[in-house]
Design a protein around this ligand. Structure first.
Ligand code: SF4
Length: 490
């Protein structure tokens, strides 16, 4: 498949739209000014040309004996600020919809934060019905997805307005797992392979906490939420978990903290002594993630625990006094079926966790699933699964509180965090809506500095892998000084 760009250079956006309909395919490109008269196979010509009356945008698709063309002409004075990139994206979406008979429900919204767009429109004073009609007519979003995006944004409004300008969230990365799940593309390494890195890693992390806390103190920033994620943080021993969490409370002023989450993650790492350590060190939210309650699917994705192990961990966490528990599920896992997924959702509901996050499988290039081509992304039943989860969770009193999309999600769907009884995770909302600075420590972590007043966002990246983090630690620590630079230049 060749994408031919003529009269413009909107490669990124058009390729993103193309991937909605034709995933997991490598495309060839012909750039503006290059001759494409010899290209005869499956191809798309996206053209922008000026004539005497204005500018003509035209997309023609020739795919497997079928062809479709859409054209739009605009007077020069009506050319939008982006030069027409969005117009060409919509024309491309329209012709591909006709040729493939597929209708991606998020329309031409290819970015990861559709709810942020809704929040911006609410800030501008649009009514809900105006937002809905804009999402549906301008962005070609389905009515169902427009409704859930608006509902999610509405649920976030009071939380977003509670964010103080000088507040921040702290993210701590523990990039180790007991084994690697087949769908994983994170930087996480199995502890078997990285065992020799763990001690140095924790020691370095303690130094990074110390160093960063001094910067934060000089800047007068207030710690609002803490999230220890991974990887699987509970792969660390109770002693090491305690040392990391104690270091946080020793170095930072914790008197303003509204939420402290530890992502326990996998049942095969959760023990009573670790839960006690987590609780005693101040966490008030924990995540225990089965992904599915079907043992054969758990085996297929390379997780070395069973549904029974998950239940035991969940009950143990309740027994130890955790009253806000999140459980992550994934729709579209290899070998899973709609019936089995319904069983998972129903089984989780019986436990009544405060938060349930329903992810859709995202197939990244670096994952084992993709490498082994175990998945047919177009015939995946994830859409049916997500629909069941949305309907059933809504009927059981859960509300969507954060929503995001990732590249290469099967069915071009989304991830939704659901909550009951006002227990939404503040951190998850802040990170997705980019409404607060998140200072991130550890390997694979990226700090996002947010200045809402001047609408500035800057990122500071740590080394991706634990081995590089350990090896170049002193150098990396110096990068933390960029936090100070960002605030002092405000
Ligand atoms: S638990 Fe999460 S981070 Fe760890 S291997 Fe599985 S998907 Fe990756």
């Amino acid at each position: 498949m060749t994408l031919i760009l003529s009269g413009h250079s909107y490669k990124y956006e058009l390729e993103s739209v193309l991937k909605l309909f034709i995933p997991a395919t490598r495309f060839s490109f012909v750039y503006d000014g290059e001759d494409y008269s010899h290209i005869t196979g499956d191809r798309i010509i996206a053209e922008k040309r000026e004539d005497t009356d204005g500018v003509v945008f035209c997309v023609s698709c020739f795919i497997k004996e079928k062809s479709e063309t859409e054209t739009q002409e605009l007077d020069v004075k009506n050319i939008p600020a982006d030069g027409g990139e969005f117009i060409l994206s919509k024309l491309l979406f329209t012709v591909l919809r006709r040729i493939t008979v597929l209708t991606p429900e998020w329309g031409v919204i290819t970015g990861v934060r559709p709810v942020k767009r809704v929040n911006e429109m609410l800030d501008f004073g649009y009514t809900e019905s105006e937002i809905k009609s804009r999402l549906m007519s301008d962005f070609l979003v389905s009515e169902h997805k427009a409704d859930i995006a608006i509902k999610t944004a509405n649920g976030q409004r009071s939380i977003l307005s509670s964010v103080k300008d000088n507040s921040f969230s702290l993210y701590i990365s523990i990039p180790f797992c007991p084994t690697r799940c087949s769908y994983c593309s994170f930087v996480s390494q199995s502890v078997d392979k990285a065992l020799n890195q763990v001690d140095d890693y924790v020691n370095n992390l303690l130094s990074e906490i110390d160093y960063t806390a001094k910067i934060v103190k000089r800047l007068g920033l207030l710690l609002d939420t803490v999230y220890i994620g991974g990887g699987t943080p509970t792969v660390l021993s109770a002693v090491k978990l305690r040392s990391v969490m104690t270091k946080i409370s020793e170095c930072f002023d914790t008197s303003h903290i509204r939420e402290f989450t530890v992502e326990a993650g996998r049942a095969d790492t959760i023990t009573k002594d670790k839960l006690i350590a987590i609780k005693e060190c101040g966490a008030n939210r924990i995540s225990i993630n089965p992904q599915t309650l079907n043992d054969s699917v758990l085996k297929a994705i390379g997780r070395k625990h069973t549904a029974k192990d998950f239940y035991s961990s969940f009950y143990l966490a309740r027994q130890e006094g955790f009253d806000v528990i999140n459980t992550d599920l994934i729709a579209g896992l290899p070998t899973d079926t709609p019936e089995s997924f319904r069983g998972t959702v129903d089984g989780i509901l019986k436990l009544a966790p405060e938060n349930i996050t329903v992810h859709t499988l995202s197939v990244k290039r670096a994952s084992n699933i993709n490498l082994n081509s175990q998945l047919d992304v177009l015939r995946n039943p994830a859409g049916e699964m997500v629909e069941y989860a949305t309907k059933t969770l809504s009927e059981n009193g859960y509300s969507p509180y954060y929503l995001y999309r990732q590249k290469n999600m099967v069915g071009n769907l989304e991830n939704i965090g659901w909550e009951k009884g006002g227990t939404q995770s503040l951190y998850n909302i802040f990170i997705m809506e980019e409404s607060q600075t998140v200072i991130a420590l550890g390997a694979g972590a990226s700090t996002k500095l947010v200045d809402k007043k001047d609408r500035r966002i800057e990122r500071v990246f740590n080394y991706k892998y634990a081995v590089d983090y350990n090896r170049n630690f002193d150098l990396m620590l110096k990068k933390k000084d960029e936090i100070e630079g960002f605030y002092l230049n405000a």
